[in-house]
Design a protein around this ligand. Structure first.
Ligand code: KIV
Ligand code: ZN
Length: 516
């Protein structure tokens, strides 16, 4: 029998991850990610902040109605209105949790909340009791705990556990802490709060100093038994602790940790690619566990060592996190069934025949251009198909680009706008610049281009280029993605996807701004 205690993995990709500028997801995208997380056996999925907007409420409700094997959690500030919406959204859940929070650091209490410490304790206790009307699975977070006074934290935590909180989450909201100190803080709280044995202690670390994973693991060494994290470390500002790094550190160093995770780690790569494809946040090649170079050996000495004995330079097996050698999985002659089966293996299930047919049509177009289709191509194709399923005001019909050494590039584009065709022309400093300008002669979006990036999905010059475009406008920031073997076409698709998203994604309340 294992001597390990369980370490609860709480994934907040759909909530804190979505707070990354430009990472907003549609309801269907959230459901796809939630299903992949459930398949990976994540314990708790934080699905969103229902009071933020109608769209957020619907997404949390839809995830709650879909997921059966993981607990679905909804975030609420410590106010009745938020908690009511969270409770409503979680009604269909097989297992639901309300996560309520209020800030406890001097700077947040004085400057943001303008409340005394006594008022904060009272509001926290009231919120936890109020959440008890909906569920007995209640998590409480003293926001900015990493900059709060330890004595005050002990006071708040004792009071909310008495009021019914079953998980106490200690957030390093602004990523200010250092590992030795943060671990010691969590250890001290567990020791000093008289009723600490009645709750699971959790941590939620941000990566502003690149220490989110180190801080979380240090807290685990001091008794935390839940870690909040996100796929690929997505999240507010520099992001949250990355799930894959936490999970593999605990798994790989069982000689050191007194706890273990219950996850199926072979699903990590599928989740990583899915989140990257949906949000348009590429994974850097040297990212631990999921980066393209994570298991690649460049130097001759290393390659020689690995061939003689893998353990000379590898501490984990690539297969254990879901890396498979690039396989040609499908081609031009593959049928609908083979396509559907391979995508199901990758964690993508189609909700209707119409959705399957739509994706399969795109696959056929791609297979005509590119003879070898890899898993990465399939994932990009599905992400693109789901992006184009939203109501698209603008669609790309036709594009012609002229680019020649010594000449100014220009582009002519035809778009359909709610069904009507319009043509635009512009010159630019390069073919992509000319294409975006040509699109702008038609859409006049008044947006600001904040990011443009191209990644090749697989190796080889016939690879699809996956383009991410980030636009700021109409009071929000959105990402758009497009993939094609022609990177200028991929760029045009990504640009239009971002424009369509600006019109489709409603504005919403940020959980950590404003008064409670
Ligand atoms: O970073 C933070 O403090 C949060 C809380 C809402 C838990 O995301
Ligand atoms: Zn956070």
């Amino acid at each position: 029998m294992s001597r390990s205690e369980p370490l609860v993995i709480f994934d907040t990709t759909l909530r804190d991850g979505e707070q990354s500028p430009g990472a907003s997801m549609t309801r269907d995208e959230k459901i796809r990610i939630a299903r992949a997380l459930e398949k990976m056996r994540v314990d708790v999925i934080e699905a969103g902040f229902p009071v933020a907007s109608l769209g957020d409420f619907d997404s949390v409700k839809a995830v709650a109605g879909t997921i059966k094997d993981s607990t679905v959690c909804a975030l609420a500030r410590a106010v009745d209105g938020d908690i009511e919406r969270a409770g409503e959204a979680l009604k269909p859940a097989a297992s639901g949790r309300i996560h309520t929070f209020i800030a406890t650091s001097p700077i947040h209490m004085q400057e943001k909340l303008r409340m005394s410490s006594q008022q904060v304790v009272e509001q926290a206790v009231h919120a936890v009791k109020f959440a008890g009307r909906y569920t007995d699975n209640i998590e409480f977070s003293p926001e900015d705990a990493g900059r709060s006074e330890t004595d005050f934290l002990c006071r708040v935590i004792e009071a909310v556990i008495d009021a019914g909180a079953t998980t106490i989450n200690i957030p390093d909201t602004v990523g200010y802490n250092l590992p030795h100190r943060f671990g010691a803080l969590v250890g001290e709280l567990i020791e000093c709060v008289p009723n600490a044995d009645k709750a699971v202690f959790s941590v939620h670390c941000h990566n502003d100093l690149g220490l989110a994973v180190a801080n979380s693991l240090s807290a685990v060494m001091h008794g935390a038994r839940q870690v909040e994290c996100t796929i690929n470390g997505l999240g507010e500002r520099a992001g949250n602790a990355s799930l894959e790094e936490i999970v593999m550190a605990v798994r790989t160093r069982q000689d050191t940790f007194a706890c273990d995770v219950g996850l199926d780690t072979t699903q990590i790569m599928t989740c990583s690619r899915l989140v990257s494809g949906i949000t348009g946040f590429p994974v850097q090649p040297n990212k631990a566990i999921v980066g393209a170079n994570a298991f690649a050996h460049e130097s001759g000495i290393h390659q020689d060592g690995v061939l003689k004995s893998r353990e000379t330079y590898e501490i984990m097996r690539a297969q254990d996190v879901g890396w498979a050698a690039n396989k040609i999985v499908l081609g031009k002659h593959s049928g609908r069934n083979a396509f559907k089966t391979r995508l199901a293996e990758l964690g993508v299930d189609f909700q209707s025949d119409e959705e399957l047919n739509h994706a399969f049509d795109r696959f056929k177009v791609l297979a005509d251009k590119k003879h070898e289709i890899f898993d990465e191509d399939l994932q990009a194709l599905v992400s693109e198909a789901s992006a184009s399923d939203m109501d698209e005001k603008y669609k790309l019909i036709w594009l012609k680009v002229c680019s020649e050494t010594g000449e100014t590039p220009d582009a002519t584009v035809t778009l359909s706008i709610d069904g009507d065709e319009r043509r635009g022309y512009a010159a630019g400093s390069g073919p992509v610049d000319a294409t975006f300008k040509a699109i702008e002669t038609i859409v006049k979006s008044d947006t600001d281009l904040q990011l443009y990036s191209v990644n090749s999905i697989t190796s080889g010059t016939d690879s699809q280029g996956e383009v991410t475009v980030r636009l700021a406008g109409q009071g929000r920031i959105v990402n758009g993605q497009g993939a094609d073997t022609d990177i200028v076409v991929a760029s045009a698709k990504a640009y239009l996807n971002a424009i369509n998203t600006i019109y489709a994604v409603p504005d919403k309340t940020h959980p950590q701004l404003g008064d409670v």
